[in-house]
Design a protein around this ligand. Structure first.
Ligand code: ARG
Length: 464
C-alpha cells in the first residue's frame, strides 16, 4: 500500500517525499490496520441489510444482491485477491465500494439508516466478543495445565517466601494453584466485560438515530447481541468496553508476568528449582553454556506493552466530547495488539507449563534452610498454653541460637529446645519436619497436600 507514495511530486522540494495531500490521506486512513475487521464488518452489514429488507426499506432483491456481493468479497479476501485501497480510507468504504462494483445500486443502498460511526462501533464489539471467546478457551487450557502440574507436585515441598525470604514450607502444587486462582478471576473479569460488549450500537447512525423505520432489536438478535445500546450518542462515542477489555488483559498479563518472574528466578542456576523445556529457551551467541528463559522474559516484557495500551486508550478517551470523534480511530491498533499479544502468550504458557521439570531435591534443600518451621514451633507452644507473643519470643531466641551454631531447629535435641521453653516435649520433632509443617495447615486454602488435592478435584469439576 505504500508504493503509491514513492512517486516524487516534482512541484515539491526534494526534502519532502510526498505532497501534503497524500500525507494527509495516509495520516487519516485506517485501512492499513482496520482491514482486520472485514469479516465482522460484513457480518454486521448483512444483519443490517436483512433488517432493511424485512422493514421494506430496501427490496428483497436488493438484499439478495447484497448477500451475493458480500459472498464474493469474502472469497476475494480469503484468496488474497481483494484490493485494499488507501484512497478509500477504511475497511468500511473499501468493502462498500467493491460491493457496489459487484452488485450496483443495491450496494449503494446498504448504508441506508446507518453511518460508519455506528458501523465501526458494532465491528469492534463483534471483534472483541470473538477475541474474548478465544481467550477464555486459552485461559482454561492454561489453568488445566497448571492443575496437572499441581497434581503431580501436591506433595513436593518447596520453601514459601515473603519478602523473598524463606518463610514457611509449602508445596509446589499449592504454589501452582495460586496462579490457577488468579487466572480464574481473570476469566470472570472477561465474562463480565463481555456482557457490556455484547450490546448493539447499530441504529445510532451518525449520532442521533435515523428517520427510517428500523428494527434494532431484530439486528441485535441476528448478531447475537443481548441488547441494544440505549442512547445513540453514547453508542457511537464511548469505548469504555474496549478499555475494560484492555484492563482485563493487562491483569492477565500481570499475572503471567509474576509467574514469568518466578520461573526465571527458579531456573537460575543459583536457585535451580526447575528446568524449562529447551524449546522455550535459547542459548547465547557468545556464551555456549547459557540456556536463557526467553519466553518468560519476553512475556514479562510484553506485559509492559499491554499495560501501555490500557493507558493509551484511557488517555484517548478522556478528553473527547460527545459524540463520535476521529480520535476513536486510534482505538484499533492497541486493541488488536492487546488481543494478539494475549492470545500468543496464553497459548505458549499453556504449552510451557507442561514442559516444566521440577527439581524436588533442590526445593527441599532450600526449604530446610531459613528456619521455615519456626512458626510451627511457636504454634506448638501456643497450643501448650503459652500466649502467642511469648511463644514468638521464645522461638526467636531458639532461632538466634541456631544461627550462631549454624544448624536447623530440627537438629536441636529435645533437651536443647527445652532451654527455650519447658513446655517443649518429645512430640516437638514431628512438628519441626517440613512434611509435618505443611500437613498441619489443613483447612480450605491451606498448604496441606490433602487440601491441595481437594482443591484440584474442585477445579477439575469447574473446568470440565
Ligand atoms: N475509520 C473510522 C474509525 O475507525 C470509521 C468511522 C469514521 N467516521 C467518520 N465520521 N469519519 O473510527
Amino acid at each position: 500500500m505504500t508504493e503509491q507514495f514513492s512517486k516524487k511530486n516534482e512541484a515539491w522540494s526534494a526534502r519532502f517525499s510526498e505532497p501534503v495531500s497524500d500525507l494527509v490521506k495516509r495520516y487519516t486512513a485506517s485501512v492499513f490496520f482496520d482491514y482486520r475487521l472485514a469479516h465482522v464488518d460484513i457480518q454486521g452489514s448483512l444483519a443490517h441489510a436483512e433488517m432493511l429488507a424485512h422493514q421494506k426499506i430496501i427490496s428483497s432483491q436488493d438484499y439478495a444482491d447484497i448477500q451475493r456481493g458480500m459472498q464474493q468479497i469474502l472469497e476475494e479476501i480469503k484468496s488474497g485477491k481483494f484490493e485494499w485501497l488507501l484512497d478509500l480510507e477504511d475497511v468500511h468504504l473499501n468493502i462498500e465500494k467493491r460491493l457496489t462494483e459487484l452488485v450496483g445500486d443495491a450496494g449503494k443502498r446498504l448504508h441506508t439508516g446507518r453511518s460508519r460511526n455506528d458501523q465501526v462501533a458494532t465491528d469492534i464489539r463483534l471483534y472483541l466478543r470473538a477475541a474474548i471467546d478465544d481467550i477464555q478457551k486459552l485461559i482454561r487450557d492454561l489453568r488445566l495445565a497448571l492443575v496437572d502440574l499441581a497434581e503431580k507436585h501436591a506433595d513436593t515441598i518447596m520453601p514459601g517466601f515473603t519478602h523473598m525470604q524463606v518463610a514457611q514450607p509449602v508445596t509446589f502444587g499449592h504454589h501452582m494453584l495460586a496462579y490457577v486462582e488468579m487466572f480464574g478471576r481473570d476469566a470472570e473479569r472477561l465474562t463480565d466485560c463481555r456482557k457490556r460488549i455484547n450490546r448493539l450500537p447499530l441504529g445510532a447512525a451518525a449520532l442521533a438515530g435515523t428517520t427510517f423505520p428500523i428494527d434494532r432489536e431484530r439486528v441485535a438478535k441476528t448478531l447475537g447481541f443481548d441488547d441494544v445500546c440505549h442512547n445513540s450518542l453514547d453508542a457511537v462515542s464511548d469505548r469504555d468496553f474496549a478499555i475494560e477489555f484492555c484492563a482485563a488483559a493487562a491483569l492477565i498479563m500481570t499475572h503471567i508476568s509474576r509467574l514469568s518472574e518466578e520461573l526465571i528466578i527458579w531456573m537460575s542456576p543459583r536457585v535451580g528449582f526447575i528446568d524449562i523445556a529447551d524449546r522455550f529457551c535459547t542459548g547465547s551467541s557468545i556464551m555456549p553454556q547459557k540456556k536463557n528463559p526467553d519466553v518468560p522474559e519476553l512475556a514479562r516484557g510484553k506485559t509492559g506493552r499491554v499495560n501501555g495500551h490500557l493507558v493509551g486508550l484511557l488517555t484517548l478517551m478522556k478528553g473527547q466530547p460527545l459524540a463520535y470523534n476521529k480520535d476513536n480511530q486510534e482505538d484499533k491498533e492497541p486493541l488488536f495488539d492487546t488481543a494478539d499479544t494475549l492470545i500468543d502468550t496464553l497459548r505458549i504458557f499453556a504449552d510451557m507449563a507442561t514442559g516444566i521439570h521440577v527439581k524436588a531435591d533442590a526445593m527441599r534443600a532450600a526449604a530446610l534452610q531459613g528456619y521455615a518451621t519456626a512458626t510451627d514451633l511457636a504454634d506448638y507452644l501456643v497450643k501448650k498454653g503459652l500466649p502467642f507473643r511469648d511463644a514468638h519470643e521464645a522461638v526467636a531466641m531458639a532461632v538466634r541460637h541456631c544461627v550462631e551454631r549454624n544448624c536447623d531447629l530440627a537438629e536441636l535435641t529435645t533437651k536443647e529446645l527445652q532451654a527455650f521453653s519447658p513446655l517443649i516435649a518429645e512430640d516437638i520433632h514431628a512438628v519441626l519436619t517440613l512434611e509435618g509443617s505443611v500437613a498441619a495447615r489443613n483447612h480450605i486454602g491451606g498448604a496441606a497436600p490433602a487440601q491441595v488435592k481437594a482443591a484440584i478435584q474442585r477445579l477439575r469439576k469447574l473446568l470440565a
